[in-house]
Design a protein around this ligand. Structure first.
Ligand code: NAP
Length: 360
């Protein structure tokens, strides 16, 4: 792998794009060389284009403050010639995003995407680096289909499932069979703040468009296996989900009920969580948490405000594991939706792709 990589951020003015720029401003391997957004922002210095939409706790990073925003759709070839790969997080129609990401890939510029458009494309890996890192081995098959030498698309999964799938996947040896989950999701997951979405103050909205389907179906691709030129989704576990929007700025919580084929003891589950390490930890990737899964013994933990920033917002907090009257066990879990669940998860995926030689 190279020492440093030049990167572009497509959708740089958005909520996830802002997170990317913040994380990348001090990244040891990645240097931002191009930023792009809609034609509304193109041609303006970044600080002017983002204006009042800037909503990070820290100031706009100096390295991008005066950088001129490019046109995400009009400048594809130019951006591709400036960088080694791009991160993509745009708010466009699904078929437009699909086409846009393929244009970058076909311009020999790999795309690490936060968007859902390609999550079910059979030769596009959807990766949580601690869990299914081996799915990136599908990339040569995707390159063959696209007719590219370097270009490809890799995606991360939806933010809703990044609390409960990391907790459940390592328990696969016990045969995870049925999972019922209710998610309590932060407003930043909709790209919003309390200023831009005042209706969310003191309120719960029991509907998030498309979220329950994603929460039930995407885990099956993560549990899937490469067969020939595709990733074949698993047929189990069975997932059922209800997703609620709650008045929280950042951090998605999940309340999980699970049934196993071979019910483990509580001690066995806690031991699996404590000792679990994935490829991201083996490779010591810069954004990987040292301890991916943290279990809290206290009855009132984890709490969103106290624990969402655990290990820079990249670790998963779990608590309240206990036996259930209808399922085998129930527990709660928490992850930061714009860090682990969005930009941070994508940066970690890009680190994995670099370390495994797919970005050279
Ligand atoms: N927020 C989360 O926690 C989260 C988590 C996981 C995945 N995602 C996904 O990430 C993507 C971005 O989400 P977000 O919350 O960051 O959205 P957002 O805050 O609404 O930002 C959208 C970005 O897309 C750009 N854009 C809009 N229309 C465009 C066009 N026609 N051509 C090019 N660029 C265009 C915007 O540029 P302008 O400023 O110029 O309009 C902006 O940079 C979505 O697909 C979302 O589903 C979000």
């Amino acid at each position: 792998m190279k020492k440093t990589y030049k990167v572009g951020v497509i959708g740089a003015t958005g909520m996830v794009g802002q997170r990317f720029l913040t994380l990348l401003s001090s990244h040891p391997w990645f240097q931002v060389e191009a930023i792009a957004a809609s034609p509304r922002s193109a041609g303006k210095p970044y600080h002017e284009a983002v204006g009042k939409k800037w909503c990070m706790d820290t100031d706009i990073p100096e390295n991008v403050r005066d950088m001129i925003v490019m046109d995400a759709t009009g400048d594809v070839e130019k951006i591709a010639s400036m960088v080694d790969f791009v991160f993509c997080a745009v708010d466009m129609k699904k078929d437009e995003i699909k086409a846009l990401e393929e244009r970058y890939a076909k311009a020999e510029c790999p795309v690490v995407s936060n968007n859902s458009a390609h999550r079910h494309t059979p030769d596009v890996p959807m990766v949580i680096p601690e869990l299914n890192a081996e799915h990136i081995q599908i990339i040569p098959a995707q390159r063959k289909r696209l007719g590219t030498k370097r270009g490809f698309i890799a995606v991360k999964s939806n933010c809703s499932l990044q609390s409960y799938v990391p907790a459940l996947y390592p328990l696969s040896p016990f045969g995870v069979q049925d999972v019922l989950v209710c998610t309590y999701q932060a407003i930043s997951g909709a790209g919003k703040t309390f200023e831009t979405w005042p209706e969310m103050v003191d309120n719960v909205i029991p509907y998030i468009g498309g979220e329950e389907e994603k929460s039930e179906q995407e885990p099956l691709k993560i549990w899937g296996k490469i067969e020939g030129d595709v990733i074949k989704p698993a047929t189990s576990p069975n997932f059922t989900a209800q997703c609620l929007r709650v008045p929280v700025s950042n951090g998605h919580m999940g309340a999980v009920f699970v049934r196993f084929q071979n019910k483990p003891s509580k001690e066995e589950i806690l031991s699996v969580w404590k000792n679990f390490k994935g490829r991201a930890q083996e490779l010591e990737l810069p954004s990987a948490p040292k301890q991916f899964l943290h279990y809290f013994e206290e009855n009132d933990m984890p709490q969103t405000r106290l624990n969402r920033m655990l290990e820079n917002g990249m670790a998963i907090s779990i608590g309240r594991l206990r036996e259930d009257t209808q399922y085998d066990y129930k527990f709660v879990c928490l992850s930061h939706n714009t860090l682990r669940g969005a930009a941070g998860g994508a940066v970690l995926l890009a680190e994995l792709l670099c370390a495994e030689g797919y970005m050279d």
